[in-house]
Design a protein around this ligand. Structure first.
Ligand SMILES: *Cc1c(COP(=O)(O)O)cnc(C)c1O
Length: 426
């Protein structure tokens, strides 16, 4: 524990050098680790001892960075993954297998939507996607005996609505399953889902955590709060012996560390979607300034949102921090210091005008990216979500004219001046 403030934790958590050791986290650019006796390495393979033996399973650089993210979230353990997609796959697959079912909000990142409803379906895992504004009673009815988890995004990408974490935590727990929250857009600087009852958090670290558009990556953090043994029949992977590890029962042996230990020892071992130590190092550089950057992203986005709201060529603006926003009440509850730097808007005249407006911008660039130091934008209906049908787009709340605008670290006056010159041309 290094100080109680998030700015301090961003700089210091996860790595504490001993006397004379490197001040910055070293990049352990090594696939493997050597031992003096065969027996010592054998104990590592049996999970009898902690230690490193092969970077596909664990690497000291990655572990330090994962520990920092876990500390920021207030969790007990974390695991880095090669991407946010890998994190969201593994977080579910760690507790769901063929024949199981889980429930997800429909307002999620397009890639996650496809993963859950197309690819995981092929693996025999069924996902019910729901409107996150449904009542608790309506959602209760969707649970089945084989339901294993509930999933949502703290701030939905790209529609920037705020997920009512506490409501969904209550529902999930009533049915004996964990709530998983993708906290990519809010980051633990603006919201810590565990404080509202979420059990497991994921990140696409590619976004604000990296913050500079340098490395694709992901992370899973466990709160350690979900009592797997209390629902042992639902989660046999955690509560019955793992024959591939000489009969270890994760929940018994590792207690609060069970979920991440299983994800590392089983899923990383077998699926291998690790983050490279070099990328973990870059990620850590981003994390050091995360708290400072989030303030600038949020104040810039609020200035841009207010400017757009007053512009008579703009049909609508969506940003949770605006008093006029449908998520404003949830914003005040979950992200009172600012939600994120992403907002959405549409122009009068619809889809075609919105698209041609985008081409006129000079400072803001068209990118399949978000949450970066540089202001960027895209049109989900033609880009990230183009595989969705019109019906699915509407279900996910994505209007055909929606422009996703990610406010970078530039001075907001310059961003607004860029918007202004583009408006003059349409
Ligand atoms: C980008 C994103 C993902 C996917 O992450 P990648 O790092 O691109 O694989 C998942 N969830 C959210 C909310 C995202 O924004």
């Amino acid at each position: 524990m290094y100080g109680k403030h998030v700015e301090t934790q961003c700089v210091h958590e996860g790595y504490k050098p001993e006397n004379g050791e490197p001040r910055q986290i070293p990049v352990y650019q090594s696939t493997t680790f050597q031992y003096n006796t065969s027996d010592e390495m054998g104990q590592l393979f049996d999970l009898e001892k902690e230690g490193y033996f092969y970077t596909r399973l664990q690497n000291p650089t990655n572990d330090a960075v994962a520990a920092k993210i876990a500390a920021l979230e207030g969790g007990v353990a974390g695991m880095l993954t090669s991407s946010g997609q890998a994190a969201n796959f593994m977080v579910v697959f760690n507790i769901c297998e063929a024949g199981d079912h889980f429930i997800s909000s429909s307002s999620i990142y397009g890639g996650t939507f496809n993963l859950f409803t197309v690819t995981m379906k092929k693996m025999g895992i069924e996902c019910s996607v729901i409107d996150q504004n449904m009542t608790e009673e309506e959602i209760d009815k969707l649970f089945k005996p084989n339901t294993k988890a509930v999933f949502g995004e703290t701030i939905t990408n790209p529609t920037v609505n705020i997920f009512d974490i506490e409501k969904f935590a209550n529902i999930a727990h009533r049915h004996g399953v964990p709530l998983i929250v993708d906290n990519t857009f809010a980051t633990p600087v603006n919201c810590r889902p565990f404080e509202w009852g979420a059990d497991i958090v994921t990140h696409s670290t590619t976004k604000y955590m990296d913050g500079h558009g340098v490395g694709v990556g992901g992370c899973i953090v466990d709160s350690g709060n979900f009592d797997w043994m209390a629902h042992a029949d639902k989660f046999p992977g955690l509560t019955t012996p793992d024959e591939s590890y000489h009969g270890i029962t994760y929940a018994k042996r590792f207690g609060k560390g069970a979920y991440i230990t299983k994800a590392t020892a089983q899923l990383m071992r077998d699926l291998g979607c690790i983050q490279s130590p070099q990328n973990a190092f870059y990620l850590n550089l981003g994390l050091e300034s995360l708290a400072v950057r989030m303030k600038q992203h949020c104040s810039g986005a609020l200035a841009v949102a207010k400017y757009l709201e007053k512009n008579d060529k703009v049909a609508w603006v969506k940003y949770p921090d605006l008093e006029s926003d449908e998520s404003y009440e949830l914003f005040k509850k979950y992200t009172p210091n600012g939600s994120c730097g992403v907002l959405c808007f549409g122009l009068k005249g619809g889809r075609d005008i919105s698209v041609s407006f985008m081409d006129k911008l000079k400072l803001a660039s068209i990118e399949t990216h978000v949450a970066d130091s540089r202001t960027c934008l895209l049109h989900p209906a033609s880009h990230t979500h183009r595989q969705m049908t019109e019906k699915q787009l509407l279900e996910a709340g994505i209007a055909p004219d929606l422009i996703r605008f990610s406010v970078g670290l530039e001075n907001s006056e310059d961003i607004i001046a860029d918007l202004e010159q583009a408006f003059k041309q349409i």
